[in-house]
Write a protein that binds this ligand. Sequence first.
Ligand code: AMP
Ligand code: MG
Length: 338
Amino acid sequence: MKSKINVKKTLLVFLALFIIIIALDVIFFSSDYFEGNYFKMDTHISVRGDGKNMDFATRDILRAIDDVDSNMNANSVHSKLYKLNNITNNGIEIDKKFEELLRLADDLKTKSGGAFNIAIKPVIDLWGFNGDFKKVPTNDEIKTALETVNNTKINIESEKISLNHGKIDLGGIAKGYVSDLSREILKKYNINYAIIDFGGNILTYGKKSGNSPFKIAISDGNKGSVGYLTVGETCVITSGGYERYFEENGQKYHHIIDPSTGYPASSGLFSVTIISSNGALADGLSTACFVLGLNKGMELVNEYGVDAVFIDNNKKIYITKGAKFTVTAPDYEIINNG
Ligand code: AMP
Ligand code: MG
């Protein structure tokens, strides 16, 4: 009798253990979390997300990046843009999305009073920012290159672009465009949530479990951060002089050029972060605002109705009303909150 009870008890214990193991497996191992790090278009890319087909979505995102590279990378001799800049006088055929991006760049140029200008490429080339040999050009060289920039006419037609002369560079807007393409792909695959970091330009997508928001750090230019933004699904895109620069005679020269001078912008800003669901707009605006400086930059941000965080060279922070920013670094101070 006694041994019968023991057998029953043992069976029950085994059954309970079995159920617990299955439950734990479901809780901990059935997640479709996926993570990958890549290097494309001279940029470190990290993809993290949760969804049944996150691996396929990532594959498609990487393909989309290759596609952007082969169309829009002015520094790749195989790209369509290279052909437009260097080979043909007849313009190139482009798809509808490329056309929309160029129209956005044109709108940004007008509204920023020329602070954002994709025709800046001849000046960028002089400084060597697109190659291995970087140097400070002479004033005369800058003057000549600026004449080219100012005389460049970009004709955007239906699915076609041509230039009278000069060269264009989409480096100030292409990363945000990639964010927009990535969002479409994540949507197509029904991904639960994802964070895609394209060289410090972030796309947040979907909803994390428990609906917790995304926290996106803003860099201090070293290895740390000034603080973090709390956001939902959006793009968080930053331009800063610390991102790409070289030093000559003890002076730093960065890659964002003020088209009114031909020299690296020196508007007193350390970085500008734009928060907008339109990635290409956020990207172009962050570059434009970095050139324009705090006051004119804020005006432009308000004109487009997006949110932003401006950090100046004295560690002062200026934030639009809708941006939720938490400072974590000492020495930094929020001056206005919207
Ligand atoms: P971002 O990091 O988005 O601010 O973009 C910087 C890149 O945009 C540079 O590496 C150049 O390729 C390009 N660029 C630099 N200055 C300008 C400008 N004033 N207008 C448009 N594009 C620019
Ligand atoms: Mg930009």
